[in-house]
Ligand binder design. Structure first.
Ligand SMILES: NC(=O)c1ccc[n+]([C@@H]2O[C@H](COP(=O)([O-])OP(=O)(O)OC[C@H]3O[C@@H](n4cnc5c(N)ncnc54)[C@H](OP(=O)(O)O)[C@@H]3O)[C@@H](O)[C@H]2O)c1
Length: 300
């Protein structure tokens, strides 16, 4: 009898995200088992319990790491990898709060807009990430900085943004990467130099006003992942897909939450299928999410 694909889904939170459970079943996993309120020091035990009960070499077992904290999720994914006892194996994938695939979807869409509409790459672009202290914004900032952009993580408290920018640089980026932190109030003083806005604030919060779009003379692309009205960028419809923003003085294009959500969905589905079909163990994070998001966007 062929063995079922079993996904052990761990989270630091009280509940798993039903979105992730649906996605795993729809991608072909046969059984999805939740483990909630999980601490980092419990991960090794769970992984080893999972691997020793299945024949060596068979890779039909997966661990999905959810939760809210992207840094803890990366730590847990690394523990999963280190806890394997070859030839007993499994595969892992982290997507806490959907942040890895959502940020990847946003970056792949913006990259495509820069290329097709402005013949530019992220390299050398000045990028503001509103809501940059949240899981989605933080990962979007890391991916944009990895692609060569000069990134400013923005939020309501300057010190929190500066600390996070330093943490991201120390833990995920090259020492030469350009990433800093600033408060939302500092946007106006820099507005004329900004090429890209990544709006990843909490649901239903507008962070860029119509007045600001009228004076952002260099803006090329504004992307927003908030699907709950009002949008994070004034006048940016959730369905908008690389069409000009009506209030933009510079002819900037807007990419709305549902256009990004479509890429996020595809990337997450492809990552779950990749885990299910890989012949050797794979451990997938936001870099893999970006690769598959780019692949999907360029196939359109
Ligand atoms: N399209 C999709 O597929 C998809 C998938 C997942 C999530 N999302 C959306 O992506 C967005 C980001 O998700 P997330 O989980 O990273 O968000 P989050 O943690 O809820 O919020 C992100 C940041 O927004 C800022 N913020 C919170 N309340 C605010 C307020 N009242 N005024 C101004 N700023 C405020 C906070 O930064 P400071 O405290 O530093 O200011 C916070 O760190 C959300 O809108 C979420 O709904 C979309």
């Amino acid at each position: 009898m062929s063995k079922p694909l079993i996904m052990h889904m761990i989270t630091t939170a009280k509940n798993l995200s039903p979105f992730d459970v649906n996605m795993a079943y729809d991608a072909g996993w046969d059984k999805c088992v939740p483990y909630t309120d999980i601490e980092t020091d419990e991960v090794e035990g769970l992984v080893q319990d999972a691997i020793f009960s299945r024949p060596p070499g068979i890779n039909k077992t997966g661990i999905f790491v959810g939760g809210r904290d992207p840094h803890k999720a990366i730590e847990m994914l690394n523990i999963c990898k280190k806890s394997l006892v070859p030839p007993f194996t499994l595969s892992g994938f982290a997507d806490p709060s959907g942040a890895f695939t959502t940020a990847a979807g946003m970056i792949a869409k913006v990259e495509d807009a820069l290329k097709t509409k402005f013949d530019k790459k992220f390299q050398g672009q000045k990028v503001v990430v509103f809501g940059g202290t949240g899981p989605v914004g933080c990962i979007a900032g890391i991916l944009a900085a990895s692609a060569g952009a000069e990134v400013i993580i923005m939020g309501r408290k300057k010190e929190k943004c500066e600390e996070l920018a330093k943490f991201c640089k120390d833990n995920y980026l090259d020492p030469s990467a350009l990433i800093s932190g600033a408060s939302n109030d500092e946007f106006d003083s820099q507005i004329k130099e900004i090429d890209v806005v990544l709006a990843s604030g909490a649901a239903g919060i507008q962070l860029v006003s119509e007045e600001q779009l009228k004076i952002a003379t260099n803006l090329k692309v504004a992307a927003d992942v908030n699907a709950v009205p009002p949008s994070g960028v004034a006048g940016l419809d959730a369905m908008q897909d690389c069409k000009e923003l009506s209030s933009s003085v510079s002819g900037a294009v807007g990419i709305g939450a549902l256009a990004i959500g479509q890429v996020k969905y595809q990337a997450q589905s492809k990552l779950l299928k990749k885990m299910a079909s890989a012949e050797k163990p794979v451990f997938l994070d936001f870099h893999d999410a970006l690769e598959l998001a780019r692949e999907y966007v360029s196939s359109k």
